[in-house]
Design a protein around this ligand. Structure first.
Ligand code: GLN
Ligand code: ZN
Length: 741
């Protein structure tokens, strides 16, 4: 049954296309501008190009089934037949996209972040009555497609345990039901799939189990053991690689070591932070260790001598080793060679997916050329303790004192109405920005467009009767990239797109050096907006954690120090905004939760420094200045203490979609709170009655003096027509309630 595992592989590859071909094909298909055949042809070409490229680079183990029209977890739900009835259509693709994006009158499945990455997956719904059935068309199709090109591949699947741990209980499930309760049934479907793949002549299958790098209960580990025992003992199956990534396996390592599977992938970048000698790789003797020594999470070249030393140490202790990436390369862009605009010295330090594949291939060759016992003296570089520069916070007056001072100073009505920052980005603005970048229009022409946009946004808010206005962020392409473009120490790419979800991609900036703010960034726009109105205009900044979380970050400094460097810059900007007469400043921190470590033991330390960085960024403000923060998500309850410790005067939070839960948790929050009353993710315009009802409900847990009225998030993706109608209703609802207070 078992052929030996190839000497070099990657756990997965980008799939959106080097020029975002799949994005365009999807969006055009959704808009009805192209046919299913067109979409399928683009997808086929993206897959073919990927396999051919990987083979040309010399990679031996080619993955398949890493392509997706939307998301691999959603693909797995379809594979297992776990499609909730409300989404079913005759057309399979319509069913698939209905789950991902919703259909008339039916909300999509929930979407959430994939571990601690900025990739989002679709959360399957599993109930006690979910009927599982095998639909192997996709993995089989990809195997055959590659074979037609003369290439053998290893299908990659989300493993059964991770699949169920990432699923949520279907809405009608009884209390106490957890999707993992259905493990036996799901494993039977995997068993049938493995039999089909074996019949197809597939040699190896990869089952991804990244959920095993987070803390798992004894019962969960027992489930892992049972699942892999069952799959491992099947008579007709391909050889199995169980892939872990994003950290170390901890207690799950002995479980996998004892399982009858042929290979285990370890993340030796993040999972060997304490040194590879601390991992019990001996336990894996007899299996192949697929050693993830090339990082799939950053854009830096691999220190190959160190990586080789790691490989040799693992081979010495475990026996059989193959070279791989630490995780799928989904999280990095395609090819750094295309970034001709980057400084050459920087470009030489960078590796995107193509370059990382070449590194894997090279390391495999070096490993093969190094005889056993020929361990070069490459002890891990001794960790020099990092000296953190002192940043002594003066501390602002306590919140109750500030609240009184600000009430006096800002003279806001009860239930003040505001927005989260951005107003709709018109096509005209986007085109003007592109024209500016291409040198087709001058700086002055562009700036006058931005100014005109600010005038309109201010006039609109005055007309509608909002209380704290914003300038609308028309000058920003993106809330992180904009700041990266204006800070030293960052580079931005032209083609460095990474899939965020579905057809959405982001181009993370590269933070490669010390961060400094050469000059004020947002001040002139805020000042201009404030000059147009007597109402307070809120200055709008992105917080240090979010700027770092959504960038590729240098790895030669502790993350904490990098975040503090960004906090220095934000702090300077806050000071300059104040000086320019801005009385309310919002520092957004939507990524605060995203960086929370997967292991509980590491979470408190992270939250402590992340909060300290935020406070460092904002605490230079006088007590007259009202500091707002915005966190996109609603499940803030897990980190409520940390949000409180941010010490912002006002916190706005998503809640239009998940009221009860959110308000129950944060009702007792002792500061200003703006639970969103308008779901900006949907084109739907909420009526005034509906908003009034939401506010009345919020008033049951939040006292009127502390309740703010705002949408869930920025309005950037909506149209002016929707926004005007919605905000008019929001203002009216607030006015009606004020009457009654
Ligand atoms: N101020 C930003 C905006 O309104 C916040 C966006 C976000 O939270 N993701 O667009
Ligand atoms: Zn938001």
């Amino acid at each position: 049954m078992t052929s030996s595992f190839p000497a070099s592989t990657v756990l997965g590859y980008p799939r959106i296309g080097p020029d975002r071909e799949l994005k365009r094909a999807l969006e055009s298909y959704w808009e009805g501008r192209s046919s299913r055949t067109d979409l399928e042809e683009t997808a086929r070409r993206v897959r073919e190009d990927t396999w051919r490229r990987l083979a040309a680079l010399g990679l031996e183990g080619l993955p398949s089934n890493t392509f997706s029209y939307y998301d691999q977890v959603l693909d797995t739900a379809v594979l297992l037949g776990a499609v909730p009835g409300r989404y079913r259509h005759d057309d399979d693709l319509a069913t698939y996209f209905a789950m991902a994006r919703g259909a008339e009158g039916i909300a999509p499945l929930r979407m959430t972040k994939w571990f601690d990455t900025n990739y989002h997956y679709i959360v399957p719904e599993i109930g006690p009555d979910t009927v599982f059935s095998l639909d192997a068309a996709k993995p089989l199709g990809e195997v055959r497609e590659a074979r037609a090109l003369g290439l053998e591949t290893r299908p990659v699947l989300v493993g059964p345990v991770t699949f169920l741990l990432l699923s949520q209980a279907a809405p009608d499930s009884p209390d106490g039901f957890a999707p993992l309760d259905r493990l036996d049934d799901v494993v039977e479907v995997y068993a049938r799939l493995l039999a089909e793949l074996a019949a197809e002549g597939v040699g190896w299958v990869q089952l991804d189990e990244p959920a095993l790098v987070a803390d798992r209960t004894t019962a969960e580990l027992a489930a892992v053991e049972a699942a892999y025992d069952r799959l491992g003992r099947l008579d007709h199956r391909p050889a199995l690689l169980v892939a872990s990534y994003f950290g170390d396996l901890g207690d799950a390592l002995p479980v996998l070591a004892g399982a009858p599977v042929e290979a285990v992938a370890l993340d030796l970048v993040r999972g060997a932070a304490q040194g590879v000698e601390t991992l019990d790789v001996e336990a894996l003797r007899g299996k192949t260790v697929v050693a993830g020594v090339v990082s799939g999470r950053d854009v830096w070249r691999t220190d190959r001598d160190r990586a080789l030393a790691t490989l040799l140490a693992v081979r010495e202790r475990a026996g059989r080793v193959a070279v791989s990436t630490s995780c799928s390369l989904l999280h990095v862009p395609y090819d750094v060679e295309r970034e001709t605009g980057l400084d050459l010295a920087l470009r030489e330090r960078l590796a995107f997916a193509e370059q990382k594949v070449a590194e894997v291939v090279d390391l495999a060759a070096r490993l093969a050329a190094t005889p056993a016992r020929d361990l070069p003296g490459q002890p891990a570089a001794p960790e020099r303790p990092h000296v953190f520069p002192a940043r002594t916070e003066q501390g602002r007056a306590p919140y109750p004192i500030r609240a009184a001072v600000q009430a006096e100073h800002l003279k806001l009505p009860l239930l003040p109405v505001t927005t989260i920052g951005s107003f709709p980005q018109t096509g005209e603005l986007r085109r003007a920005r592109a024209a500016l970048a291409a040198g087709q229009i001058g700086e002055a022409a562009y700036e006058s467009m931005v100014r005109a946009e600010i005038e309109q946004v201010i006039a609109l808010q005055e007309r509608l009767g909002l209380d704290v206005l914003v300038h609308g962020e028309p000058e920003r392409n993106d809330m992180v990239q904009y700041f990266a473009e204006h800070l030293d120490g960052f580079a931005v790419t032209r083609h460095g797109w990474v899939q965020s979800y579905g057809s959405r991609c982001t181009r993370p900036p590269i933070l490669y050096g010390d961060v400094r703010r050469p000059e004020p960034i947002t001040v002139r726009w805020a000042r201009y907006a404030q000059s147009l109105t007597s109402k307070p205009v809120k200055g709008m900044l992105t917080g240090p954690v979010t700027i770092v979380a959504w960038s590729f970050v240098r790895d030669d400094l502790p993350l904490r120090e990098v975040v503090f460097q960004v906090a220095d810059a934000v702090r300077e900007e806050v000071g300059d905004l104040e000086e320019a007469g801005i009385r309310v400043i919002q520092v957004d921190e939507p990524a605060l939760r995203e960086l929370v470590p997967l292991r509980r033991a590491e979470q408190a330390a992270y939250l402590e420094w992340a909060v300290a960085a935020y406070r460092w960024a904002t605490s230079g403000a006088s007590e007259h200045t009202q500091i707002h923060t915005h966190l996109c998500y609603s499940d803030a309850d897990e980190i409520l203490a940390a949000i409180d410790a941010l010490d912002a005067d006002v916190t706005s939070i998503e809640s239009a979609r998940s009221r009860g839960r959110m308000l129950g948790a944060v009702g007792a929050f002792p500061r200003g709170l703006g639970p969103g009353v308008y779901d900006i993710h949907s084109p739907r315009v909420p009526g005034a009655d509906e908003v009034e009802h939401l506010l009345a409900e919020a008033l049951r847990s939040v006292p009127a003096e502390r309740l703010w009225v705002n949408p869930d998030c920025g309005l950037k993706t909506r149209t002016y027509e929707q926004v005007e109608a919605a905000l008019a209703n929001v203002v009216e609802a607030a006015a009606r309630l004020r009457e009654r207070l």
